[in-house]
Design a protein around this ligand. Structure first.
Ligand SMILES: Nc1ncnc2c1ncn2[C@@H]1O[C@H](COP(=O)(O)OP(=O)(O)OP(=O)(O)O)[C@@H](O)[C@H]1O
Ligand SMILES: N[C@@H](CCO)C(=O)O
Length: 321
């Protein structure tokens, strides 16, 4: 049985919405829980509203073998939360997901799923009832607990997000064309929940002050002066505490930084993100990762991808009966 609130109006059956949503890299070093970058790696979610009361799933790609095919699936949970807040219910859904972003690796897979689901639920409403992207930011940030992945997944580009009490906001900055994101995704997972549990409850004033300076510098480096990316990506709040849970990634980051490349933990890890300044550095980084991992982490399979900044964010297509 689907959870139903009988007195609410039902979404009309026979509608189909497709949402393409980018992977995202949060933190970028010192921007813990606030900065995030959308990447050209996309999941696609198609939802059809049914009249039969059924929940149907067609899952392919990442997680196809392991994700649940019932109301506990993250997309269904997020859609139900969205419908409830919008004052609607559904009479069944067919979920078709083509998942490309790796799960539990620090590339915002849960945020992508939640953003795609809430965006799809909103798009299934009658057009006069639909909410804007700031409404989607609010609900998805609440679900994730922080806005740094969902904001770039919704808006694209480099998102700077903040929280006032229980209200979330975000604005976008334009990334310098020279900046090239490269990700090295290891074959081991680390859940965000486990990575957050490693952080101390408080940090000292000196660390906080150092981190503030680097976060400000990072925005200047990403937008105007990419030659400052190495200094701008230094963080004092999270990576050192989490290193024990991702030793191969921490070793690769240390070596890349010693060689002058702006390497950080992507999100809660264990993916390594490098922000290269131009094609020549990007080529050096790819070569460096190849040689370092072959010599030092032969038991780990790394998927290395040279990407670009996604500037579109979540894109919606709707077909009505
Ligand atoms: N497309 C999806 N469909 C359904 N569930 C998903 C999907 N993507 C992620 N999930 C769920 O979210 C979990 C991963 O979330 P988690 O927050 O630990 O990592 P992440 O989002 O990939 O990384 P990070 O938040 O550090 O960027 C998966 O194990 C799975 O349960
Ligand atoms: N800011 C988050 C990103 C992962 O969801 C963290 O580092 O825990």
């Amino acid at each position: 049985m689907l959870p139903q609130t009988a007195q609410l109006p039902a979404i009309q059956g026979g509608q189909q919405v497709t949402v393409r949503v980018p992977a995202t890299s949060a933190n970028l070093g010192p921007g813990y829980d606030s900065l995030g970058l959308a990447l050209t790696l996309h999941d696609t979610l198609t939802v059809e509203s049914l009249d039969s009361g059924e929940l149907l799933f067609e899952l392919s790609g990442e997680g196809a073998e392991s994700l649940p095919r019932d109301a506990s699936h993250l997309v269904v949970r997020a859609m139900n939360a969205a419908f409830e807040r919008l004052g609607y219910r559904h009479n069944g859904l067919k979920i078709t997901a083509e998942n490309v972003s790796p799960h539990g690796r620090g590339l915002g897979s849960s945020a992508a799923a939640v953003v795609a689901a809430v965006t799809a639920a909103n798009a299934l409403l009658p057009s006069g009832e639909q909410q804007d992207r700031n409404w989607i930011l609010q609900l998805t940030s609440e679900m994730e607990g922080h806005p740094d992945n969902v904001a770039p997944a919704i808006f694209g580009g480099l998102a700077l997000s903040w929280q006032d009490s229980d209200q979330y906001s975000s604005t976008c900055a334009t990334v310098n064309d020279a900046v090239i994101p490269i990700v090295a995704v290891p074959d081991y997972e680390l859940s965000t929940e486990a990575a957050r549990a490693l952080l101390p409850a408080s940090v000292g004033h000196h660390a906080a002050a150092m981190n503030s300076g680097r976060a400000a510098l990072l925005i200047h480096a990403l937008t105007d002066k990419p030659e400052l990316l190495l200094a701008g990506t230094e963080d004092f709040l999270h990576q050192s505490y989490r290193a024990e849970a991702m030793r191969p990634s921490a070793a690769l980051i240390k070596a890349l930084r010693q060689a002058g490349h702006a390497a950080v933990v992507s999100g809660a890890g264990p993916t390594v993100l490098v922000l290269a300044n131009g094609e020549a550095e990007a080529a050096d980084v790819l070569q460096f990762i190849d040689s370092f991992t072959a010599a030092n982490t032969p038991d780990i399979n790394w998927r290395v991808m040279k990407l670009a900044v996604d500037v579109e964010g979540a894109k919606v297509g709707v077909h009505r009966r």
